[in-house]
Design a protein around this ligand. Structure first.
Ligand code: DAH
Length: 343
C-alpha cells in the first residue's frame, strides 16, 4: 500500500507539471483528488489493513493528499503556466429577446372596425349594462309578456324581485334594448351604434353560445325611409367587405320593426355562386333590420307622425368566423393562445 501511494504521488506530480490549460487542470483535480479518485479509494480502504500498517499508510495517504492539494494550488498560481480559457463574451450584436405583447381579441377588433365605419357616417357609440330590465329588453320593444317571439330569447334571470314579487331583471338577449333606452332619453335627430355582449339560455354548440356579441344601430329623424337604411348598409358592406359587394334585403319579422328585413351580403368566398361557407346559397346573413315600429317610438316619447326611424342589429361573432373561415364559435372563447395569436 505504501509503495502504491508513493507511485501515485510521483505520477500525479509528473502529470501536473505538464499541464498548461485550465480544463486539463480540473481533470487532474478530479482524477487525483476527486471523490472517486484512486487516492480517496485507498484512504477509504484503510480500515481493512492490520493496525500497524493502517497507521503508517493512513498518515502517508493524508500527507500525500495535502501535498497534491498544495501542488495544485501552486501550479495555479504560476502565472503563465496555465492559460485561462475565458467564458464566451457577451455578444451585444445579438438581437434582443422578443417581449410578448398582448393584442386585441379578434371579435373586439371586428367590433371596433364596424363601429369605426358607422362612426365615420355620423353614428355615435353608446354602451349599456349587460343586466337589463325586462321592460327595455322586451316590453318597450313591442314584445309583451307571453308574446311568442320571446320563445327564442329565453335568457338568464337575475335573482331579484320587485315590490310585487316579479322578477324584472335579466341578462339582455339583444342590444336592441339599448335603442329602447336611447329613444327614451335622447332627442332626435339620433344616430347611434350600440355594441355589446348579449346572452341566451341555450345549449352550446359550434354556432351557439350562451354569450355572444351584437351591434345594434338606430337612426331617428324627420323623413327617414327604407332607402336610408339600404344606403347605410351598402356603404357599410362596401367599406367592410370591399367594393362591388352586393347586399340583399329580404322580408323578415321582428316585433320592434315594420317592415322588417334580413340583411345578407354576397359570400366572401364564392361571390354569389355558392360554396360550402355560404351553404351553397351565395349569401351570408349578417343582420336583422327594418323601420322602427311606431309603437316603439311612441312609447319612448317620440311622435311617429313627425319622426321616422330605421334600426338594425348585426351579429358580431359571425363576421370574423366568416372572414377567417372559422367553423366553431367556441374557439373564440377557449382562451387558447395558439388559436388567438393567429389574428
Ligand atoms: N334584436 C334582433 C335579434 O337579436 C336583431 C334585430 C333585428 C335588431 C332587427 C334590430 C332590428 O335593431 O331592427 O335577433
Amino acid at each position: 500500500m505504501i509503495q502504491k501511494l508513493e507511485e501515485l504521488k510521483q505520477n500525479a506530480l509528473r502529470e501536473l507539471d505538464a499541464i498548461k490549460e485550465l480544463p486539463a487542470l480540473e481533470q487532474w483535480r478530479i482524477r487525483y483528488l476527486g471523490r472517486k479518485s484512486e487516492l480517496t479509494g485507498m484512504l477509504r480502504s484503510l480500515a481493512e489493513l492490520p493496525l500497524e500498517e493502517r497507521k503508517t499508510a493512513g498518515a502517508l495517504g493524508n500527507r500525500i493528499k495535502s501535498e497534491l492539494e498544495a501542488a495544485l494550488r501552486a501550479h495555479m498560481d504560476l502565472k503563465g503556466t496555465v492559460t485561462v480559457v475565458p467564458p464566451p463574451a457577451l455578444d451585444i450584436t445579438l438581437p434582443g429577446r422578443p417581449y410578448p405583447a398582448g393584442r386585441l381579441h379578434p371579435i373586439t377588433e371586428t367590433v371596433n372596425e364596424i363601429c369605426d365605419i358607422f362612426a365615420s357616417m355620423g353614428f355615435q357609440i353608446v354602451e349599456s349594462n349587460d343586466t337589463e330590465l325586462d321592460y327595455y329588453n322586451f316590453e318597450a320593444l313591442n314584445i309583451p309578456a307571453e308574446h311568442p317571439s320571446r320563445d327564442n330569447m329565453s335568457t338568464f334571470w337575475i335573482d331579484y324581485e320587485n315590490d310585487r314579487g316579479e322578477k324584472t331583471m335579466l341578462l339582455r338577449t339583444h342590444t336592441t334594448c339599448v335603442s329602447a333606452r336611447v329613444i327614451e332619453t335622447v332627442k332626435p335627430p339620433i344616430r347611434v351604434i350600440e355594441p355589446g355582449h348579449v346572452f341566451r339560455y341555450e345549449a352550446t354548440d359550434a354556432t351557439h353560445l350562451t354569450m355572444f356579441n351584437q351591434i345594434d344601430g338606430l337612426a331617428v329623424d324627420k323623413g327617414i325611409t327604407m332607402a336610408d337604411l339600404k344606403g347605410v348598409f351598402y356603404e357599410f358592406a362596401r367599406r367592410f367587405y370591399g367594393e362591388d359587394r352586393r347586399v340583399r334585403f329580404r322580408c323578415d319579422f321582428f316585433p320592434f320593426v315594420e317592415p322588417g328585413v334580413e340583411v345578407a351580403v354576397e359570400c366572401v368566398v364564392c361571390h354569389g355562386s355558392g360554396c360550402r361557407l355560404c351553404g351553397n346559397s351565395g349569401w351570408i346573413e349578417i343582420a336583422g333590420a327594418g323601420m322602427t315600429h311606431p309603437k316603439v317610438l311612441e312609447r319612448g316619447g317620440i311622435d311617429p307622425n313627425v319622426y321616422t326611424s330605421f334600426a338594425f342589429g348585426i351579429g358580431a361573432d359571425r363576421i370574423p368566423m366568416l372572414r377567417y373561415g372559422i367553423d366553431d364559435i367556441r374557439l373564440f372563447f377557449d382562451s387558447d393562445l395558439r388559436f388567438l395569436k393567429q389574428f
